[in-house]
Design a protein around this ligand. Structure first.
Ligand code: MN
Length: 236
């Protein structure tokens, strides 16, 4: 079983797209399931976006081989919808979601909802995750939606540049709350682009948070095999 997050596919960055297509054709083919934990795309303004035909075909090829492929929304591609799923054979999961992996409850989430110290971002998130807002946005012409997405990216970059890094990491209390609410002992997420494995104790019991890395400079994936998790860097 494989997990990835934050591939951030971008028509202007062909290297990461090439690497991800290669990953789908090799490692992913040997897995029984692939979980994509959000931000597969740098921007996704609706399922009528035709910029990523090769990726959609590769995903369809993977699911066609009988490999289950699950997708969670990220903060960049939360408009991935049913047409995307019909075309690729991927299944959209809610964020957060608790899954049973070999009988263990594991919480999967993109991770942005855990960054509760970033108040301006959380306010924006509430607006754009609203169903009515999304329906209205999707009625706009594709070019207009792209323009808004580019503005949002520029705004996000400016916000990231002026916000101290710790504010944009997960909040410890939010993580603890997520552990308690789901009774999971393991959380797998991305979003922060800080790959790592964090062991902690929760009410005296071991708990673990695994953070996937972004694909800007290299690939990152988590392999679950024979009861073991292995966070891997995929050199480009
Ligand atoms: Mn993200």
């Amino acid at each position: 079983m494989l997990f990835v997050s934050d591939v951030h596919l971008d028509a202007e960055a062909p290297e990461s797209q090439r690497q991800f297509l290669d990953f789908l054709g090799t490692e992913a083919r040997r897995a029984d399931a692939l979980y994509i934990l959000g931000d597969l795309f740098e921007t996704w303004v609706g399922d009528d976006d035709e910029d990523y035909g090769a990726v959609l075909e590769a995903l369809a090829g993977l699911t066609g081989e009988g490999i289950d492929c699950f997708v969670l929304h990220g903060n960049r591609d939360f408009l991935i919808g049913q047409r995307f799923c019909a075309r690729t054979g991927c299944r959209l999961l809610p964020d957060p979601v608790t899954v049973q992996l070999d009988g263990e409850r594991v919480l999967l989430t993109h991770g942005d909802a855990l960054c509760t110290d970033d108040h301006p971002y959380q306010e924006l998130r509430t607006v754009v995750r609203d169903e009515v807002w999304q329906k209205r946005f999707l009625t706009l012409p594709l070019a207009t939606r792209r323009m808004f997405a580019n503005e949002a990216r520029a705004g996000s970059r400016a916000h990231t540049a002026r916000t101290i890094p710790i504010i944009m990491d997960v909040n410890g209390r939010a993580v603890e709350k997520a552990f308690r609410a789901t009774r999971a002992r393991r959380i797998i997420h991305g979003h922060t682009h800080r790959p790592g494995v964090h062991d902690t104790l929760l009410e005296g019991q071991p708990a673990q948070r695994i953070v996937l890395g972004a694909w800007y400079e290299q690939g990152s994936c988590l392999l679950y095999q024979d009861g073991r998790y292995e966070l891997r860097t995929l050199p480009r």
